[in-house]
Design a protein around this ligand. Structure first.
Ligand code: SF4
Ligand code: FES
Length: 355
């Protein structure tokens, strides 16, 4: 069994933005259910002892936590490389200075669109774009490495060249161009977000050209959309293989979206150790390795490359988490993805939020 490489610490589901593709579960945890500072500190120590090298301090928006500086300090003290995944709208100079002093190593800042009106509409927050630019400035002035993360879809892909220019202008060393993955909120908004084949091909061409043009200055990661694929992605690098997440309420997850699969009982850091959750829990062992696979995965030579694709997507689309991911052309359910692309329109967003 491999040790996990990184811990995704979802500190909170609270967020001033309301992106319609949010990766948080549809049923959000309220502030009263969140782990305390001390509980997170213990999680970080246990993660480091288990072999994790880095922690992604995420949400929701992690900086809504009043103890974000203490949490960062605890992660640093545990020996973890600390990455803050933020929308940036709550960052000011004083908070930035305190985070740096606490040991923050890296910031990943989300961008909804380069067009301010589009960004406000997609993120569901007025004034966010200017605050994000200010946040980028604070990060680079503090001397921290900056990654921009842009989730792309049919309503912002036309601005991809400007997005690359923005990353260069803001001093980012890395840009993640991530097509929406369709679970939870994004699945609810699928018709409004799915790109056309033409949009995807143009985006791929733009990314390929920019990688060459800006080599050595800007690294571009590119996550392609399953709905136009013939083979699935290796989601999470394999279930229980590399990825470990802890939800705001302390549930230990093999994938940030794993709670969307009903019938799995997730261990909680409030009553179990991270090591026991990783090594012994049914939730982690259920889809670990290849023994659980049905045909066609069982006899396929790619089964240790993509691990049968994504369990959350298989469950969301077929109701069976053991099914071959429909993103695979060998899946009997593959046709439903092309049908979804053909039917996509641009209805209004259904924004994420608490009930
Ligand atoms: Fe991957 Fe299964 Fe498709 Fe083979 S059949 S490519 S293992 S998803
Ligand atoms: Fe959960 Fe792919 S998103 S396994």
């Amino acid at each position: 069994m491999n040790p996990p490489l990184a811990l995704l610490a979802e500190l909170t589901h609270r967020c001033p933005l309301r992106c319609p593709y949010c990766s948080n579960p549809v049923e959000l945890t309220r502030a009263s259910g969140e782990l305390t500072t001390e509980e997170w500190a213990r999680v970080f120590r246990e993660a480091a002892a288990l072999g994790c090298l880095q922690v992604h301090l995420s949400g929701g928006e992690p900086t809504v936590r009043r103890d974000i500086v203490e949490i960062t300090r605890a992660a640093h003290a545990a020996g973890l490389y600390t990455n803050l995944i933020t929308a940036g709208v709550l960052l000011d100079a004083a908070l930035m200075a305190r985070l740096v002093e606490a040991g923050l190593d890296h910031v990943q800042l989300s961008v909804q669109d380069t067009d301010p009106a589009g960004a406000e509409r997609i993120g569901g927050m007025k004034g966010a774009p200017a605050r994000k630019e200010q946040a980028a400035r604070l990060v680079t002035q503090a001397g921290l490495p900056l990654t921009l993360n842009a989730v792309v879809h049919r309503q912002n892909l036309h601005n991809l060249p400007l997005l690359i220019e923005t990353a260069l202008r803001w001093g980012a060393g890395r840009l993640e161009v991530a097509h929406v993955q369709y679970y939870g909120w994004a699945l609810m908004n699928r018709d409004a977000l799915l790109p056309t084949r033409e949009q995807l091909d143009e985006a791929t061409r733009i990314v390929d050209a920019a990688r060459v043009a800006h080599r050595g200055r800007l690294m571009i990661d590119y996550v392609v959309p399953d709905y136009h694929a013939a083979r699935p992605k290796s989601c999470m690098g394999g279930w229980g293989n590399r990825f470990l997440g802890v939800s705001p309420a302390g549930r230990v997850l093999p994938c940030h979206a794993a709670e969307s699969i009903t019938g799995l009982d997730f261990p909680n850091v409030r009553d179990t150790s991270l090591r026991a959750a990783w090594e012994d829990s049914d939730a982690f062992n259920r889809f670990r390795g290849t023994g659980w696979m049905p045909e066609p995965c069982r006899g396929c030579d790619r089964k240790e490359k993509d691990w049968g694709g994504c369990r959350c997507q298989a469950f969301a689309l077929t109701g069976d988490a053991t099914a071959t991911d429909p993103a695979c052309a060998l899946s009997p359910d593959h046709g439903m993805l092309a049908a979804a692309v053909a039917e996509a329109t641009s209805p209004d967003f259904r924004y994420r939020g608490f009930d």
